[in-house]
Design a protein around this ligand. Structure first.
Ligand code: FAD
Length: 477
């Protein structure tokens, strides 16, 4: 009698309640991952995420083999595959972590129904990639929180339990069912464009732990001061590891608190950092309570917003050719590395929805395909927040000026020079607004605007006014 552990969004062996619990029973353990190539759901992983998933599954398979029971890979619908597997290996129980996103919750229901129909026992756990259980946290009117600060104030008072250890050993089934190889899942792109991703990232649990350790040793101490500057080391870059469940937020919570014990400065920064982890919790919390928010604005006035449909400008934004260096540097960083610094995400996203008046859903879709940390909850929250249509969003009239933001957060231009080499010889004064540079300065820097680097595709002041007018119009209707 085998215990099946269905691994979905938690590609790790540490702090994995389903795996831990199955391993405590005196029975063989069969870890399974199921890829659904034909799933109809709209949020199948994008190209960058599929690259990550390929390598993360490879890393997970190695860890599970070392523990004694190799990972079984299957394709198909979990509600079909799991009952079949349960029958073929006479399973005792199927274990898994539930999901909180809309598609995952529907999948949970379908799998439960199918297992019940076959009278297969199962045991589910609260989603282990989050430490807040969304339906346990409501405001004094018994309604979900919509604003971050009150949510956070309440959530931090709730204890976060200690992470579970890695199972010491997993007994394999006597005869494991046949599976497929990771390469058979066809997750890697046909034309390899992933060199930049390979240089930057090490998907998998070990990669996550190395990155966390580096952050604790070098960057936590200055996190609060450095986190807004895209060219400083500052931030943890743990987002893809968290998204794929290669490290649990409980482990992170525990490690941050331990690392800061006894150090006043680190203690303060630990609080600033953990607040961001609660933003991540808030994203999933909102999605759980308001599942339509993935494509519907939470503020009703935005359903009438006069978005434009300009495919050419959308493409220029995607390619990092808007003529605004900070926006373009961010979009190029995204294209080359699958990641973009949070400050620049805000500026680039704001530029799309406010300067270009293009719908946030188009920006979210591009991020979805290109980010290695593309996460349905955080991406939706980020875009609704920037666009001003989320429940706890930056007001629409607060429009980032990409030039001012560039000068403030990339004052010496190191970030822009890295991602836009054609501007690298331009002086700091003009780097964030090259069109303001005198002709002789541009010539000396070897730049012909409109050729090597574009002129701005919209003028800031006019674009700002157009956005404000559109907003006033939408509100008045
Ligand atoms: P750190 O600063 O080191 O923070 C640690 C962790 O906290 C992050 O890994 C992340 O899990 C969480 N976190 C930090 N900031 C936020 C935030 N604002 N909202 C929610 N969680 C946060 N994050 C994603 O993980 N996936 C996305 O698809 C995503 N899309 C975004 C889209 C837009 C338009 C914006 C403005 C933000 C988006 N974010 C997204 C949030 C944020 O930009 C990233 O989480 C962060 O840049 C990741 O870098 P880091 O791991 O170094 O963050």
């Amino acid at each position: 009698m085998t215990n099946i552990v269905w691994l979905r969004h938690e590609l790790r062996v540490s702090d994995n309640p389903a795996l831990h619990c199955a391993s405590q029973e005196n029975a063989p353990v069969l870890p399974v991952y199921i890829w659904q190539p034909d799933a109809a759901e709209p949020f199948m992983p994008g190209s960058a995420s599929r690259w990550w998933l390929h390598h993360s599954l490879t890393a997970l398979a190695e860890r599970l083999t070392a523990l004694g029971s190799p990972l079984l890979l299957r394709t198909g619908a979990p509600e079909t595959v799991l009952p079949q597997l349960a029958r073929s290996c006479k399973a005792n129980t199927v274990f898994w972590s539930r999901a909180y996103d809309p598609a995952g919750r529907e999948e949970d229901d379908r799998v439960i129904e199918a297992l019940q129909a076959d009278t297969v026992r199962f045991r589910t756990f609260a989603a282990s990639n989050h430490f807040i259980t969304p339906d346990t946290l409501l405001n004094t009117s018994d309604a979900p929180y919509k604003v971050f600060t009150p949510f956070w104030k309440r959530a931090v008072t709730m204890p976060v339990s200690a992470p579970l250890p890695v199972p010491t050993r997993l007994n394999p089934p006597v005869k494991a069912p046949d599976g497929v190889s990771v390469s058979a899942l066809n997750l890697l792109p046909k034309h390899d464009w992933t060199a930049g991703l390979r240089r930057q990232w090490t998907p998998g649990e070990t990669g996550a732990q190395t990155r966390l350790q580096h952050f604790l040793d070098h960057d936590l101490e200055n996190y609060g001061d450095a986190r807004d500057y895209p060219e400083r080391p500052g931030v943890s870059r743990l987002s893809p590891h968290l998204h794929f469940g290669e490290i649990s937020p409980r482990t992170l919570h525990d490690a941050i608190n331990h690392a800061s014990d006894g150090y006043t400065q680190k203690k303060h920064m630990a609080g600033v950092f953990l607040r961001q982890i609660y933003w991540r919790e808030f994203g999933m919390y909102l999605l759980y309570h308001f599942p339509a928010m993935t494509d519907t604005p939470m503020r009703p006035e935005f359903t009438r917003f006069p978005w434009r449909n300009d495919k050419r400008q959308l493409r220029l934004w995607q390619q990092g050719l808007t003529g605004y260096p900070l926006v373009d540097a961010g979009m190029r960083e995204l294209w080359h590395t699958g990641w973009m610094h949070n400050r620049v995400r805000m500026v680039a996203a704001s530029f799309l929805v406010k300067h270009l008046l293009l719908p946030w859903q188009a920006g979210a879709a591009w991020f979805w395909d290109t980010l290695v940390d593309a996460d349905i909850a955080n991406n939706t929250l980020g875009w609704q927040w920037v666009s001003g249509c989320g429940p706890d969003a930056a007001p629409y009239f607060r429009i980032f000026n990409p030039v001012t933001q560039g000068r403030r957060y990339d004052g010496n231009g190191a970030y822009v020079r890295r991602w836009i080499p054609e501007l690298s010889r331009l002086d700091d004064k003009h780097l964030h607004a090259p069109w303001q540079a005198p002709e002789e300065v541009l010539r000396a820097a070897g730049i012909v605007l409109g050729e090597a680097y574009p002129l701005p595709i919209v003028e800031h002041k006019a674009a700002r006014q157009r956005a404000l007018d559109a907003f006033a119009h939408a509100r008045a209707r």
